[in-house]
Design a protein around this ligand. Structure first.
Ligand SMILES: [Zn+2]
Ligand SMILES: [Zn+2]
Length: 145
């Protein structure tokens, strides 16, 4: 009986997840039980330091993001309002969240398989690195508007 209950719960969990993802080493794994918004690329200096290059974020509803492994997850406080989730074992950048927001952004590169989303905009283009060109097919903004 207990085994059956466990199996049922597990199949329900994976059955309703529309997306799966995680870090490189597997110490952080997540599921998304809803839609993922199209991604925004950020060219700012902070993201360059954190990600080593331009970053990409895609927003999901906090309630629809389920962590299935979080032993590697650490939160790095960026400011009083935002922090960034990463894996302390392999260093993968996974999440970015704003305090009291109903959304959380994930890095779409950590999704398993095709994301099914597009890139809707790129921001802080005025601050981009000088070593790569801008993709002019993506709507570009100098700041975060
Ligand atoms: Zn990891
Ligand atoms: Zn940025």
């Amino acid at each position: 009986m207990t085994d059956n209950d466990q199996q049922e719960r597990t199949s329900v969990d994976t059955g309703t997840a529309q997306h799966h993802g995680g870090c490189h080493c597997g110490a952080v794994r997540y599921q998304v039980h809803g839609d993922i918004e199209d991604a925004t690329l950020c060219h700012c200096h902070l993201c360059a330091k954190l990600h080593g290059h331009v970053s990409a974020y895609a927003s999901v509803n906090k309630d629809e993001l389920q962590l299935t492994a979080d032993e590697g997850l650490r939160w790095y406080r960026l400011s009083e309002k935002t922090d960034r989730g990463f894996c302390k074992e392999c260093g993968s950048a996974l999440f970015w969240r704003v305090v009291r927001s109903k959304n959380i952004a994930l890095t779409p590169g950590t999704l398993d398989g095709p994301s099914g989303i597009k890139t809707k905009s790129q921001i802080f283009c005025a601050f981009k690195g000088d070593y790569y060109p801008l993709d002019t097919s993506i709507p570009a903004f100098d700041h975060d508007d």
